[in-house]
Design a binder for this molecule. Sequence first.
Ligand code: PLP
Length: 385
Amino acid sequence: MKVYLDNAATTKVDPRVLKVMLPYFSVNYGNASSIHTMGQENFNVLTDCREKVAKILGADSRGIIFTSSATEANNYLIKGIARANRKKGDHVIISAIEHPCVRESARQLEKEGFRVSIVPVNYEGLVEISELEKLIDKKTVLVSVMMVNNEIGTIQNISELVKLAKKYGTYFHTDAVQAVPYLKIDIKELGVDALSLSAHKFGGPKGVGLAYLNPAVYAEPLIIGGGQEEGKRAGTYNLPGIVGMTSALEIAYKERSEYVKRVKKLRDRLWDGLKKNLPDIQVNGSIKERVPANLNVMFGYVEGEAILIDLSYKGIFVSTGSACSATNLKASSVLAAIGLSKHFLNSNIRFSLGKETTEKEIDYTIKMVTETVGRLREFSPVSKL
Ligand SMILES: Cc1ncc(COP(=O)(O)O)c(C=O)c1O
């Protein structure tokens, strides 16, 4: 049996999405910037995608900028907004649990002379407004706090944080990559100036993302060249990718409520089963303010990597957290930020369920995890202390 429980890392392209993308590779392949009709027809498709995406996200379509990834969108929005508004101030705030592409963008700004503050999170992974208030000042150009954390699934109260930022005239960016398809995103309602998304996290293709930037705000471009995206992001339009992302976003929101209900039930079944079978385990992060497909579990006395590898041989694919990837075996900074004791920092597994997850797969996973953890604990020197 093959069980894919790593949907927060990437998702399978929805076959309906693939179908609408295909003609743009080999039939309607004209460059959307070309003046001839093949180009102009595709420019109209591009405009149509921009409007559809903007409508779903409750945004002004002039603020939608298509990118190659959320990594690019985050780099562009964070560095671009800060650099373009240097006269306003030299201070940037990010949360302690941001994705590496946000953290590294902030670090780059620090090298350029910006002051960077890290707002801590509580044990559930939530940024408390009082903590942000301690750090923000009139020189704060930008605050960046992710909407949903990729490791522990914590959902932040973005609109509350935005209200505070507005009092100081500070721009607000949110990395919303892990929010789709779980949360409704209404950019106007949220009040954010900037937001990032990535198609491959919600049934779209890899290599395409989106940056939203309030049209009244200027950000220095990251990629310059042919003047596409009104000079905000150069490079030939990736029309198959953009068409695919638009279709995936439409499907995600059409099917959201039914999917959220189903996946939450399966996630709860997984947790109930593990809890029943295994002592000394706990959920990392908030139980309540959490996206329904995420379950991040600390298994006392065993290494997360050992569990992951053993499960992988059993056909179950999970993750130990994004900081701990195949090429980088550092303990998770997210779990450290929520205060997990250093003895438990390497004992965690992230299960991220998806559209195709079934009850049978969950039951198989409960059985295999129980077997794996039980066996590893038999060899663990600390489990017998
Ligand atoms: C929260 C978050 N931000 C940004 C990214 C980067 O997205 P992309 O794969 O499109 O570069 C990821 C992907 O893991 C993510 O989970």
